[in-house]
Design a protein around this ligand. Structure first.
Ligand code: GSH
Length: 198
């Protein structure tokens, strides 16, 4: 398999972290979706990363769809837990982590250009998402399950992405359980091996 997408993209990074966490070998082509349109569009008609090129040449796009595929490869340690309620919870939490990344991107790229009301809404969306993840990261919560599932991987990637792209927000004191989860896994291979330079 070959993963297309720089780890500066939280979406590419969560796929890489999932691959590493499940011991799935892959090559990596660190394409920047914003700056390398031509290369990104070779894999994805809408020129976004990540894409995942399978060994038979099939190309998967979109991190959520890619994680769903990886989940099929790892039935002994599912990335998306089996069972209706657990599955719904994991997908919901992963979507919240994804949403935090989206709004963090908007805030860091365009926060200075938009009316303050818009930036305030983005900050509130980020905080709302992080608080929901924090509640799920408390003792016995779904984000505490081991091995880490797609939701927990996304949550950790989201916290690190937010800290890197919006360092002024100082949000960590408001989300102690989630911050602790991120710290506990900071040096684990899925995160240490995919962390972009500051
Ligand atoms: N839904 C997609 C979103 C991917 C995405 O927005 N990737 C960004 C990089 S973080 C990108 O390549 N953007 C290029 C562009 O929008 O022109 C996924 O989960 O993979």
């Amino acid at each position: 398999m070959k993963l297309i997408g720089t780890y500066r993209s939280p979406y590419a990074r969560r796929v890489a972290a999932a691959l590493i966490s499940r011991g799935l070998p892959f090559e990596h082509e660190p394409v920047n979706g914003y700056r390398e349109f031509e290369i990104a569009s070779r894999y994805n008609p809408v020129a976004k990363v990540p894409s995942l090129v399978l060994d038979d040449g099939e190309v998967l796009i979109d991190s959520t769809a890619i994680l769903d595929y990886l989940n099929e490869l790892t039935p002994a340690a599912p990335l998306i837990p089996a069972g209706s309620a657990a599955r719904r919870t994991a997908l919901k939490l992963a979507a919240i982590g994804y949403g935090v990344c989206e709004q963090a991107t908007s805030l860091s790229f365009r926060g200075g250009e938009v009316p303050e009301t818009e930036a305030t809404r983005w900050r509130a969306q980020i905080l709302g998402g992080l608080r929901a993840l924090d509640a799920a990261a408390t003792e016995g919560g779904p984000l505490q399950a081991t091995p880490l599932d797609a939701a927990a991987i996304t949550a950790i990637v989201a916290v690190e992405y937010l800290a890197r792209t919006n360092p002024g927000l100082e949000i960590l004191p408001a989300i102690p359980a989630l911050a602790e989860l991120a710290v506990a896994h900071r040096e684990a291979p899925p995160f240490a091996q995919t962390r972009p330079a500051a």
